[in-house]
Design a protein around this ligand. Structure first.
Ligand code: DSN
Length: 451
């Protein structure tokens, strides 16, 4: 492109962005710098987090953010869409390839937003839904009372087995036949074992229900073949795009049912088309097109050998972490893990220790985890008996099973030495805290953030 005086090339414009932020808003620049330093000097073990690439960050911070439009490629409500149409088509094509799907919708603003779109498309007010309870490992948007999903629909929850904490497909099938839901939701935020999507589809078919699989936590594993795919079993598959390592945002994909017909206003239309109409104008306005560009970048990355191999390493590391903690006497829920996540009942480790106190004292020592309710937990959601750990970020930074052993030992030193004062209060010896912090920093220093 011919440049006129005062115009920057796209490359010069890109380079200019961060120094401009520093000059124009030193406070925000300083906060971003501090967050970068926090990430470099502490262990990121939150199962719902990941670390996107520099290329994804570049797409997020691009001028595509400025484009306003509505609708889908080829059918927009504003001019100037020839480039963003190509971007969105590319993102959707790459998402289809990554998941082996027939249809992909890259517009949802989040995983919860993707679920809102499906629930609103399929259900009328008060229609019955069968889903895993939040306290059993489900998700807020699967029907929790405090969420839109619990307010507008009639939610019945299924439960994990009281002894094994595993999904009991026979019991879920029996419950489905009693409840006769219009929609069954599977997929979880805190379930560390393989999910049998084929069984869920058989249950859905036995009662004529639609099946929604929310795979946010295991989407990366699924794209790589490290967890069996749900795409041709579920009518709808939803995920957030940051948990598998992309930008913030959501995604809906569909497999063999994408062209099945659904009656809407007396007319038969294809499921995928109904989902698009429910996305816009039903639930969302303008798409975040810089985000869509970043999704395109991310889905290309998921096709690489590095990404695919990493998903298997994430599981190996989670197994090593679970094994390390179990070997030190911890109650690892279900006895281990098949995915990226380890759930630990810290209440069973020390009299009075809670998930909240565990999270806080580990954080003080540079180990970042989150408290999590466990199935049949006697503690409230704000206290919990559990801690949830995840291995996507430490794996991305190159750590392996040996380092998972070191992390288990560091967690153990903290949780066994901390003085518990109440559900939320604790005291930790300052020299011990400093010693652990130094070890955490040294470990992080050996495995710097990889983009
Ligand atoms: N779903 C929540 C979690 O698993 O932590 C956040 O996305």
């Amino acid at each position: 492109m011919e440049l006129f005086p005062g115009q920057l090339s796209a490359q010069a414009f890109g380079k200019d962005i961060f120094s401009t932020l520093k000059d124009n808003d030193s406070r925000v620049y300083e906060l971003i710098t501090k967050e970068y330093e926090r990430l470099q000097s502490s262990l990121q073990l939150i199962a719902a987090e990941n670390q996107c690439s520099r290329a994804v960050l570049a797409a997020l911070g691009s001028v595509i953010q400025n484009k306003t439009t509505e609708g889908f490629p080829g059918a927009r409500y504003h001019g100037g869409c020839e480039i963003v149409d190509e971007v969105e088509r590319l993102a959707a094509a790459r998402a289809r390839e990554a998941f082996g799907a027939k249809y992909a919708n890259v517009q949802p603003h989040s995983g919860t937003g993707a679920n809102q779109i499906i629930l609103t498309a399929i259900l009328g007010r008060g229609d019955k839904v069968l889903s895993l309870g939040l306290d059993q490992g489900g998700h807020l948007s699967h029907g929790a009372k405090v969420s839109f999903s619990g307010k507008f629909f009639d939610i019945e929850n299924y439960y994990v087995d009281k002894e094994t904490f595993l999904l009991d497909y026979d019991a879920i099938g029996r419950q489905a036949r009693e409840v006769k839901p219009k929609l069954i939701i599977c997929g979880a935020s805190a379930y560390s074992r393989t999910i049998d999507f084929k069984k869920f589809r058989e249950i859905a078919d036995s009662v004529g229900a639609y099946l929604l699989a929310d795979i946010s936590h295991i989407a990366g594993l699924m794209m790589a073949g490290a967890h069996p795919s749900c795409v041709d079993y579920a009518h709808f598959t939803t995920t957030s795009t940051y948990k598998p390592g992309g930008p913030r945002g959501g995604l809906i994909v569909m497999g063999k049912d994408y062209e099945s017909k659904i009656k809407v206003g007396g007319r038969d239309i294809a499921l995928w088309e109904h989902i698009e109409k429910t996305t816009f104008p039903g639930m969302q306005g303008t798409p975040y097109l810089n985000n869509v560009a970043a999704k395109a970048v991310f889905f290309k990355e998921t096709l690489s050998d590095e990404y695919r191999a990493r998903q298997f390493k994430i599981i190996d590391n989670a197994k090593a972490l679970a094994g390390g903690l179990a070997g030190l006497g911890y109650d690892v829920v279900t006895g281990g893990t098949d995915n990226h996540m380890v759930l630990v009942n810290v209440g069973n480790l020390r009299e009075g220790l809670t998930g909240l106190a565990g999270q806080k004292c580990l954080e003080e020592c540079g180990i970042i985890v989150n408290m999590n309710r466990l199935p049949y937990d006697k503690k409230s959601a704000a206290i919990t008996s559990g801690v949830r750990l995840g291995t996507p970020i430490v794996t991305k930074n190159g750590m392996g099973p040996v380092e998972m052993g070191s992390i288990s030992a560091l967690i153990d030193v903290v949780l066994k030495e901390v003085k518990v004062k109440s559900d939320s209060e604790y005291e930790i010896d300052k020299s011990l805290r400093d010693e652990v912090r130094v070890k955490v920093k040294q470990l992080c220093g050996r495995f710097p953030m990889r983009y």
